[in-house]
Design a protein around this ligand. Sequence first.
Ligand code: ADX
Length: 361
Amino acid sequence: MQRTLRIDNDSWLECCNIGLGLFAPLKGFMVSEDYRSVVKNMRLKNGHPWTIPVTLDVPEEMTGDIKRSGKLVLANHKGDNVAEVLVEDVFSVNYGNDIKKIFGTDDVRHPGIVKELSRSRFRVGGPVKVLKYEKDLFPAYSLTPSQTRGIFKKHGWKTVVGFQTRNPIHAAHEYLQRKALSSADGLFIHPLIGWKKKGDFSPLAVVSAYEKMVADFYPANRVAFGILRTPMRYAGPREAVFHALIRKNFGCTHFIVGRDHAGVGNYYGKYEAQELCKKFPDLGIEILHYHGPYYCKQCQEVVTVEHCDHDAEHILPISGTEIRRSLSEGRLPREEFMRKEIADVLIELHKEDKLFVGEDV
Ligand code: ADX
């Protein structure tokens, strides 16, 4: 007898990501052997690099039935059947041990840990078959790996740099992107607009800012833009590796990891994510590690230590926190930090209470 489980949108999106090959070589939710190997060794059981668990949580009271039935049907919030899992394993995770390994901390205030602890400890592993794909949000930018590979091929790009972000573009992002463009054929800007913590920029803010940037400032034949719909984990170094593996599946040859990639608060060292990436010679995608950049009042531009050795008093670190604070008060951030044209788009969204997660978006 088959069982049906109502899942939230995050889990549906993960089914879609599996079905479309974003998480290749995964063909389904992790079974316990892969889960434990990922937590402990940052590799799947077969040795393939993998740093973040991809699992489906199920209520404890259903585990017995699910084990017996062999197949689990997943329904979305409307009750439509959207996917099936061929059940190979039902297991429970050990938060006492695993959280610290995955997130590098067990602080229960860490937003990724808060989210993880809100899920059931019981997980179902096995291959996933998608019956219905989610297409609601920004369909024009919901590119699949086979679509991006087609776009890169059509442009004739042999080298493509992937850029992960969860924010509207600021001056440090632009510096990194232009630097990448100077060494590769194409740039794939790929913001994550899945679940994020309250107070982060809304999906609409990120997409609107990039629409402006790509249309008005970047060369059309060098830049592609798409969205990634998976939750942020805020797991810093491990998530940087995960982000790189996903972009490899989209056809990127290179991936940018800058300062405190996928970090939050002060949990991770500035360049810890870069250090972890270097431990995986077999990632299959080349990591571009950039230090800095910052604004130098003497140089009067965004630079890195490679080009500038002015004293600390001239240096303005480009601060996402300060940008967010200005915008949340309806003020333009300093132009050294963010283009006015981009800030104007964001100020308009602020007026409509659509700038941040947790507002009316
Ligand atoms: S996140 O996914 O890494 O959380 P975010 O938008 O903060 O997204 O950063 C996108 C990319 O730019 C990451 O690789 C990050 O390391 C890099 N980055 C962001 N801000 C800076 C900065 N001020 N200096 C250097 N790199 C930065």
